[in-house]
Design a protein around this ligand. Structure first.
Ligand code: PMP
Length: 443
C-alpha cells in the first residue's frame, strides 16, 4: 500500500528496507517517496508532481506507466505467470529474443538476465567460456577501465573502476587490469558531443597487452558512454581504435550498453551511434522500459556457434537464472520495443538532441559550473567540489531541484540528466531553468 499523504510512519519503518547506495539514517531526515508515476512525472507521497529528469535510473525511456506495457504485463500475468527456462521454455522468450536480434545486424543470439549487473557478469562469463571453447583457454584476464560502472556483481565491481564500490569488499577477481579513463578537463571541458581530442587514449590497451601478453587476455569491457560516473563521452575515434587493437590481439570487445541501449543516444544501441560493433554487449533498464526487471546479453554471430559446433559436440553454457526470460518480462519487453517503434522514440531522441545540447550548454557560466557534457539525450553538469566535502554541493543541488519539482541524479560533484525520450521542449526548458535557478543560490 502506498503511504497516504497524511499517514505517519514509525521511525523504524524507513530502516527495515536497507536501501541501496543510500544511508537510511540520512534518508529518514527527509524521505523522498514516490507513490505514483505517469508519463514524464512522479507523484510524491505528499502529492507533489516531480518532473523526471533522469528516466528513473536511466531506465524509463518511454516515460512512466505506459498503457500498452501495463496491459501486456496484466494480460501475461493472467495466462502464464512463470515457466522455467532450463531444459524447457515458453514461446514468448523465443519470440522476444528473435525480435531483439532483429534490432541490430550481426548479433544472432541473446541471453536473458534480470538486471544490468547480471548482464555484465553473464557477458564476462560468456567471453571466458568462448575463449576456452575456441581453444584459447589461457585467455582468462578481463580488462576494464577507470571510472567504469558495470553494476555490483563481483565480476562487475572487479572490472569496474570506482574505488568506493570496491574497497568495502576485499579481494575481487584475479587477473583484472584497468585502462585509463577518457575524461580530460584540460582538453575537453565544455565540448558539445564527442570531443576531438583523445582517440589515442585507447592505446592504453597496448600498454596492458605488453604487460600481460595478449594470450592471457579474454576481453575488454567499456561503456560506450560512461553514465554512472558522470557521463563521460568517448573522444572521436576512441572506440574504433579500441576495436582495432582488440582485433589485432584476438581480444573480445564488450560494450556495456545498460544505459546506452534502447534509444538513449537516438539510435537503437550505442554501437549504432558510434558505428563500432563490439563482440558482446549488455543491456537492461530500457529493455522493458524498467517495468519488470530484465537484462539481455547480445552475442555477435559465431560466438554461440563456438559452443554448439565444439569438436566434442555441442556444449551447454553452465550459466543461467531462475528468471532468465521470465514471461512477464518478455511480455513487457515486447510491448516496450513495439512502443519505441510505434512512437518513433529513438528518432525523436535524435531530433531532440540538438535542442537538449543547447539547453545543457546554456548553463555554462552558472555559479560553480566547471564543465558541461552531452550526447544524444544524456547530459552532465560538473560542479566545482567543496574542499574536504566531495559530493556535498551536487547533493545540495539535487535536494533543491527536488523541492522545485525536478528529479536529477548526482554522482560525485556531477549532476547527470537523461530524461525520458517523450520529453517536450518546454520540459527541457524547465529542466535547464530549474537547475539554473538552483545554481544561482547554491553555496
Ligand atoms: N552497467 C551499467 C553501464 C550501468 O549503468 C548499470 C546501472 N546503472 C549497471 C551495469 C547495473 O545495472 P543494475 O543496477 O540493473 O544491476
Amino acid at each position: 500500500m502506498p503511504l497516504a499523504a497524511n499517514e505517519s510512519t514509525k521511525p523504524n519503518d524507513l530502516e527495515s528496507f536497507w536501501m541501496p547506495f543510500t544511508s537510511n539514517r540520512d534518508f529518514k531526515q527527509n524521505p523522498r517517496l514516490f507513490v505514483e508515476a505517469e508519463g514524464m512525472h512522479y507523484i510524491t507521497a505528499d502529492g507533489r508532481r516531480v518532473l523526471d529528469g533522469t528516466s528513473g535510473l536511466w531506465c524509463s525511456n518511454a516515460g512512466h506507466r505506459r498503457k500498452p506495457i501495463v496491459d501486456a504485463i496484466k494480460k501475461q500475468a493472467e495466462v502464464l505467470d512463470f515457466a522455467p527456462a532450463f531444459q524447457m521454455g515458453h514461446p514468448l522468450s523465443f519470440e522476444f529474443a528473435s525480435r531483439l536480434t532483429q534490432m541490430i545486424e550481426g548479433f544472432d543470439h541473446v541471453f536473458f538476465t534480470n538486471s544490468g549487473s547480471e548482464s555484465v557478469d553473464t557477458a564476462l562469463k560468456i567471453a571466458l567460456a568462448y575463449q576456452r571453447a575456441r581453444g584459447q583457454g589461457t585467455r582468462t584476464r578481463l580488462i576494464g577501465r577507470e571510472r567504469g560502472y558495470h553494476g555490483v556483481g563481483f565480476g562487475g565491481i572487479s572490472v569496474g573502476g570506482i574505488v568506493g564500490n570496491r574497497k568495502q569488499f576485499g579481494t575481487l577477481l584475479n587477473g583484472v587490469d584497468h585502462m585509463r579513463h577518457t575524461h580530460d578537463m584540460e582538453h575537453n571541458a565544455y565540448t558539445k558531443g564527442e570531443p576531438d581530442w583523445g582517440a589515442h587514449l585507447a592505446d592504453d590497451l597496448e600498454r596492458i597487452v605488453a604487460l600481460h601478453d595478449a594470450s592471457t587476455i579474454a576481453a575488454v569491457i567499456v561503456e560506450p558512454v560512461a553514465g554512472s560516473t558522470g557521463v563521460l563521452i568517448p573522444p572521436k575515434g576512441y572506440l574504433q581504435r579500441l576495436r582495432d587493437i582488440c582485433d589485432k590481439h584476438g581480444i573480445l570487445l564488450i560494450f556495456d550498453e545498460v544505459i546506452t541501449g534502447f534509444g538513449r543516444l537516438g539510435t537503437p544501441f550505442g554501437s549504432d551511434y558510434f558505428g563500432v560493433k563490439p563482440d558482446i554487449f549488455t543491456t537492461a533498464k530500457g529493455i522493458t522500459n524498467a517495468t519488470v526487471p530484465m537484462g539481455a546479453v547480445f552475442c555477435r554471430d559465431g560466438i554461440y556457434d563456438a559452443f554448439m559446433d565444439a569438436p566434442e559436440g555441442a556444449i551447454e553454457l553452465f550459466h543461467g537464472y531462475t528468471y532468465s526470460g521470465h514471461p512477464l518480462a518478455c511480455a513487457a519487453g515486447l510491448a516496450t520495443i513495439d512502443l519505441y517503434r510505434d512512437e518513433g522514440l529513438f528518432e525523436r531522441a535524435a531530433e531532440l538532441a540538438p535542442y537538449w545540447e543547447d539547453a545543457m550548454h546554456s548553463l555554462k557560466g552558472s555559479n560553480h559550473v566547471i564543465d558541461i557534457r552531452n550526447l544524444g539525450m544524456v547530459g552532465a553538469i560538473e560542479l566545482e567540489g567543496i574542499a574536504g566535502k566531495p559530493t556535498a554541493r551536487a547533493m545540495d543541488a539535487f535536494k533543491q531541484c527536488y523541492d522545485k519539482g525536478l528529479l536529477v541524479r548526482t554522482t560525485g560533484d556531477i549532476i547527470a540528466l537523461s530524461p525520458p525520450l517523450i520529453v517536450e521542449k518546454g520540459q527541457i526548458d524547465f529542466i535547464a531553468d530549474t537547475i539554473g535557478d538552483v545554481l544561482r543560490t547554491l553555496h
